[in-house]
Design a protein around this ligand. Structure first.
Ligand SMILES: [Zn+2]
Length: 630
């Protein structure tokens, strides 16, 4: 028996490779047997083993027979035994992936939202937000105690008049005690005993009042987002089902939208890959939310405001889910299926091109990147076309590297972030998340195309080599001087494709493109490039309204020298200096100068390093941009 084991072990490790494919939950599996060197069946080896270790061969043949008989797919196993072995998976959704092939989306809690012009509230939790009162010039000279007293008095004067008497006196005591000062993100929570109108009371600090103390509208957005996050956190902490929130004074529908968007940030938790505990994962307790003290106009609109915000939120969550998913659960085929599902769920058009179609279109740059992966490329194109026609046609292109090993220029050593390269499809996630939101919002007059060239950058004997020359679909040739600068190669063909869509006059691409952009702008700001000042301005304003960090960057013509090829037309890297800029200049080579084009390098803000969570960056910004497109 030991000899048999040794033999099988040797068969498996030395001479034969036995590969199992599993599909979904089903018990289907198949074998393919092939020689690890030659890619064919090692007949001499088999014969030798059959003579030397007959019992081991019987075990192996029985295993193969089980594989063949279990499913029709087993015949592939039989074909493999006959020597026809493809090392490339034709249907890679079924590739072995530790049972993670059942891709799912995290779920937002179902909350019934209402509003009231009154402040009176009976329920489990009352949330009262406070801006921090500004300390006047004179009081800066005062002692700490005097300043605290001034702050308490200031906060006391901000307690809304219409609150129930018991609540009002409680808040008065809290701010007098100095336990709550209204600082950004500060919260004070207390349980209310007895038979009062509420069971818990929470004060939330919003920081300085943007209307009084800050000129910037982004402060208003930020404080509204913060309030939304706090609502979800505090209701969870206090296990409250019914929650009332005093609205910041004078809040309009736009401000309330930001509070609701903050709530989507506050609830996000990814439990998809954990073992389900007995009784399931805990559900967020809040079922009822009432916004108190709003104008009658806001009260009337609140249901619509909330349902529109949920549509945007579903896109943001979709993007977060996609970016956060491990690469073995989101192969190009899986994401292409998700795109098809968006299209069928929300009634938009969907086209997916496979290897052959991409070859036909001459997408040599994109296909070059994909060569080393066992997963076939999937080029996804969703299209939203409004009823009654469009006056504006926009294409969004997202980089979709489901994993980036770097290729032969392998990401190695500290700081290479190879373990995080599942997020290299952040641009694709932003574009598909936006598709999900826009397909529900259905804006008038604007037609939107959502494009992503999905693939993996991996290594095998078919992978592209450093120094290879690729030909993109616009005919330009590219010297691949670094296989890790692959995103721009996939984008090159995607941009050419987008530019050819009839009537499209504006293209915005988003990509986790360069580490250089993180070095330059940190992880809270994306780099925004465009030769068109009006597009630059529109995107900057949209980003500001959506509270997504962005910074305008230059496209200096003289830097083009750095990406000029010697054997080919272009080279895919321009050196360390200005790495994010030369990447943008490279992309510009694949867009018609007559088309308005912008590039967003979002390598930094795709991931929150503080919480180690995906941010869903780009969806809110793109949705705002599209809804305001003229
Ligand atoms: Zn790369």
């Amino acid at each position: 028996m030991y000899a048999n084991f040794l033999c099988v072990h040797r068969l498996l490790t030395e001479e034969l490779c036995l590969s199992f494919e599993t599909k979904g939950r089903g018990a289907t599996f198949a074998f393919s047997v092939y020689h690890h060197k030659n890619g064919g069946i090692p007949i001499p080896g088999l014969v030798r083993h059959a003579i030397l270790f007959p019992r081991a061969m019987i075990v192996l043949l029985v295993l193969c027979l089980v594989g063949m008989l279990t499913t029709a797919r087993g015949f592939r196993g039989a074909a493999s035994l006959g020597g026809i072995v493809s090392r490339r998976y034709q249907s890679s959704v079924s590739a072995f992936n530790n049972g993670l092939s059942d891709y799912s989306l995290s779920e937002a809690p179902a909350v019934k939202v209402g509003a009231s012009t009154a402040l009176s509230f009976r329920g489990d939790l009352l949330v009262v937000p406070f801006y921090k009162p500004s300390v006047s010039e004179a009081s800066e000279e005062a002692s700490a105690e005097e300043q605290d007293a001034a702050l308490s008095a200031g906060l006391k004067s901000l307690i809304p008049d219409g609150l129930d008497a018991d609540v009002k006196s409680m808040i008065g005591e809290i701010v007098e005690s100095g336990l709550f000062k209204g600082d950004v993100k500060a919260t004070y929570v207390t349980k209310v005993f007895g038979s009062g109108s509420v069971k818990s009371l929470a004060l939330v600090g919003l920081g300085p009042n943007p209307k009084k103390d800050g000129p910037a509208t982004d402060l208003e957005v930020k404080s509204a987002n913060r309030l939304g996050e706090a609502i979800m956190r505090l209701s969870k902490d206090t296990k409250s089902r019914s929650v009332g929130v005093v609205a910041p004074t004078g809040i309009a529908n736009a401000g309330l939208t930001q509070v609701f968007l903050g709530m989507t940030d506050g609830h996000y938790a990814d439990t998809r890959y954990k073992k389900v505990p007995p009784g399931g994962f805990p559900v967020h307790p809040m079922v009822d939310l009432t916004i108190l003290g709003v104008s009658s106009a806001v009260e009337k609109d609140v249901a619509v405001t909330y349902s529109l915000t949920k549509m945007i939120g579903s896109g943001v969550d979709f993007a977060r889910d996609l970016v956060g998913a491990p690469s073995n659960s989101k192969t190009p085929l899986v994401i292409a299926d998700l795109a098809r599902k968006i299209a069928s769920d929300h009634n938009i058009e969907c086209t997916v091109l496979g290897q052959a179609e991409c070859e036909e279109l001459g997408m040599g740059a994109y296909l070059g990147v994909q060569q080393g992966s066992k997963f076939p490329p999937q080029f996804v194109h969703l299209a939203y076309k409004p009823e009654g026609g469009a006056t504006k046609k926009i294409a969004l292109v997202g980089k979709g590297l489901t994993f980036d090993s770097g290729g032969y220029n392998l990401k190695a050593g500290a700081g290479s972030m190879i373990e995080l390269m599942k997020f290299d499809m952040g641009g694709c996630a932003a574009v598909l998340g936006t598709a999900k939101a826009i397909a529900q919002l259905r804006p008038k007059n604007v037609e939107v195309h959502f494009i992503t060239a999905l693939c993996e950058n991996m290594i095998n004997e078919e992978a592209m080599r450093p120094g290879d020359i690729l030909r993109a679909s616009n005919g330009k040739t590219i010297e691949v001087l670094n296989t890790d600068a692959e995103g721009r190669l996939t984008l090159a063909d995607a941009l050419v494709y987008a530019d050819k869509i009839e009537g499209v006059d504006t293209i915005v691409d988003l990509a986790t493109l360069t580490g250089a952009c993180i070095v330059g702008l940190g992880d809270k700001l994306a780099g925004l490039y465009s030769p068109d000042d009006s597009l630059l301005q529109e995107l900057t304003s949209a980003a500001k309204r959506a509270d997504e960090g962005i910074w305008g960057m230059p496209l200096p013509v003289e830097y083009k020298e750095m990406i000029k090829g010697s054997l080919g037309d272009l080279k895919n890297i321009g050196g360390r200096a200005g790495g994010s800029i030369t990447a943008a200049l490279f992309l510009q080579e694949f867009v018609d100068p007559k088309t308005k084009w912008a590039h967003i390098d979002m390598a930094g803000p795709v991931w929150d390093n503080g919480t180690s969570k995906p941010t869903g960056y780009g969806v809110k910004l793109l949705v705002d941009f599209l809804l305001n497109a003229k």
